[in-house]
Structure formats: structure tokens, C-alpha cells
Design a protein around this ligand. Sequence first.
Ligand SMILES: Nc1nc2c([nH]c(=O)n2[C@H]2C[C@H](O)[C@@H](COP(=O)(O)OP(=O)(O)OP(=O)(O)O)O2)c(=O)[nH]1
Ligand SMILES: [Mg+2]
Length: 354
Amino acid sequence: MSGFIDAHAKKRIHVAVGVVERDGLILLAKRPDHVHQGGLWEFPGGKVEQGETVEVALVRELSEELGIQANPSALIPLIQIHHDYSDKLVCLDVWRVPEFFGHPQGVEGQPVEWVPIEQLGLYQFPQANVPIIAALQLPQRYLITGSITDPEAGFHKLKAVCERAAIKLVRVRRSELTLDDYGILVMRFGAWCQQAGVHLMIDFELFTSLFKQNGSSAIDSLLQNGISGVHLRSRELLAVNSSESNEDEDGVSGALEAFSAAGGRLAASCHNKDEIEHAESSGMTFVVLSPIEAARSHDAGPELGWNAFRGLVAAAKLPVYALGGMTEASLEKVISFGGQGISAVSEWWHGETR
Ligand SMILES: Nc1nc2c([nH]c(=O)n2[C@H]2C[C@H](O)[C@@H](COP(=O)(O)OP(=O)(O)OP(=O)(O)O)O2)c(=O)[nH]1
Ligand SMILES: [Mg+2]
């Protein structure tokens, strides 16, 4: 009974959070030791007061805490995270702040630091910030490859498409290749990705096979060879961490966890709320939600539509890419709806033939 009362007595707070950016650096502030989540680093911001919009609250908080004047019309929504701390429910409403006047200082005596995006992982943040860091480090475009019939041709096409469309995150699918040829292709392409600063996601099938052959040494070997992530189809996602699956007995779920702990990214294809929730509880870094519109490349069933996309993204506790009919022209809408960005096959892979 007391648990019931406690759950309802928990305070809910809406927090306006700002990612203040300048020249690829991000401003962090340290929370005082005595406050909630004290001693940890945070993105500056604070509670939205009654009658305020979140944008107004953010501009006010940045002025109070850092002494800067943010340009409200330049604010860009990044992500919204609902998080249940044992003593408090918070909704972090996170915005990029690319334009401001003044020199940020810790007005309340709090230490502040400018940090490169790729080094954010070195700082200790509150638990709710994990997906915020992921959202900042992930790009706005996630390429999914179409047909690849030969590893040599596939390698050259991948390089050309990534360069032409400025792709920094790519899911290379096995497609028509044998698993061996697919392994050869991703190892070769991984070496190129390391040089080019591209993040390569491979099929779960190859991850599983390498783990079964080589045990946990497969994890370091993938990361050292420029393979920075694993992408799970929805049915693969639902099978990991499930007591009914064989995967668990083979330790593959644990291997995914170890891969993630070593800095690897985990992604999953989702089509509804249940799958997104499963992705959250299985430690995925981000998800791809589809089909938002009718896909050009194949028939993926009835589309979810934009209202459903917006609702699912608002409830999600991780970055969400939109997939299905996405083009460069869809990006702005996806971002304004709180999504991470667009994922597509046709828009980039078939670009030169359209
Ligand atoms: N500003 C900020 N708050 C965060 C982050 N991550 C995170 O979990 N929080 C939580 C901690 C707090 O429970 C809540 C922010 O509330 P706060 O107490 O700092 O709010 P405030 O600045 O209005 O403070 P105050 O006027 O009440 O002193 O959100 C973050 O990155 N930035
Ligand atoms: Mg604050």
C-alpha cells in the first residue's frame, strides 16, 4: 500500500535543458554536491515554471545560471526524456542552443567546462542523460544499404555513397551475400570507416556467428576493425533477453551487453511502442521506427503516419530515426517532431540511378 502512495506522491518536474554549442564544443556545468543528482555534470537548465513555455524557461535558466542570452528563434529540439529517479519523475526537454550572446560563466559558483562532443563519455552524468549523450553523438542521417551481390562492388559503392551523401552512420546489410563474403566486406569497409570517421553497423547474424566462433575476443576485434555497432531486426530484438530464446543460453545477450559496455552501439528496428520499450530495456543505443510513410524500396505494410511517429518519439527514452519514404526534405519535420533524423535506403543508395 505504501508503495502505491509513494508512487503517486512522487514529484513530477518538467526541465528545460540546453546544449550550448560553440565550435564543436559543448558547455557542461557541475551540479552542486547538496542538490538532487549532486556532484554530477549536467547540461545547464532548470525547471519550467507555471505559465512558461519550455523555450522561455530555457532562455531564463541560461541567463540565470550562465549569464548568457540565448537566441530563442535559433533553438533546435534534440530529444525529450522521461526518467524515473526513485525520488522524482523528470521530463528533460533538451534543446540545442547554437546562438547566444555573452561569455558563459558559472554565475552560481558552479564549475563549467567546454567539452568536445566525442569526449562527453568521459564525464559522469545523471542516469537520464545517457540517451542525451547518444543523441548528441549520433548524426542526422542513417543509411541502410540496398542490394549487394558482390563484396568488391559493394565496397566501392559503399565508399561512393557515403562520400557523396556525407553519410556518417551506415547499416550494411548482408543482402544477397554469403555470411563469409559479408564478413569480408564489413572488415574491409570497417578499415575505411575508421579513416573516414564513419560509424558502421553490422547485422546481428554476423555478430552472433563471430561470437560463437571466437567468444568474447570477437568483441574487441570488431571494435578494433572499425565496426562500431550491431543492428538487430525487430524479431531478433524480441528474442534477446527473453527466457524462451536460445540466444540467451548461448550467452549472446551477454555478449551484446559486453559489446555495448566496450563502447559499441546497439540499434534495433521497431514498429510499435512495445518494441521500442523492449529496445529500452535491452540496452539499445537507438532505434529506427518504420514505416512512417510508404517506402519506395519495398512494401513494408501499413504506414504509421506522422502523428503516431510524434507520439512514439515523445514517449521513447532513446533516440529514434524515422524510416519509410524518408528523403532529405523530410529531415526538418523529423527533427521538429523530436526525432533523431532520417534513415533510408532509396534516398541515398539508389541516388545515382534515379
Ligand atoms: N539542468 C539539468 N537537469 C538535469 C540533467 N539531467 C538530469 O537528470 N537533470 C535533473 C536533475 C534535477 O532533478 C532536474 C533539474 O532540476 P534543478 O533542480 O536543477 O532545477 P533548477 O535549475 O530550476 O533549480 P532550482 O531553481 O530549483 O534550484 O533535472 C541535466 O543534464 N541538466
Ligand atoms: Mg538548474
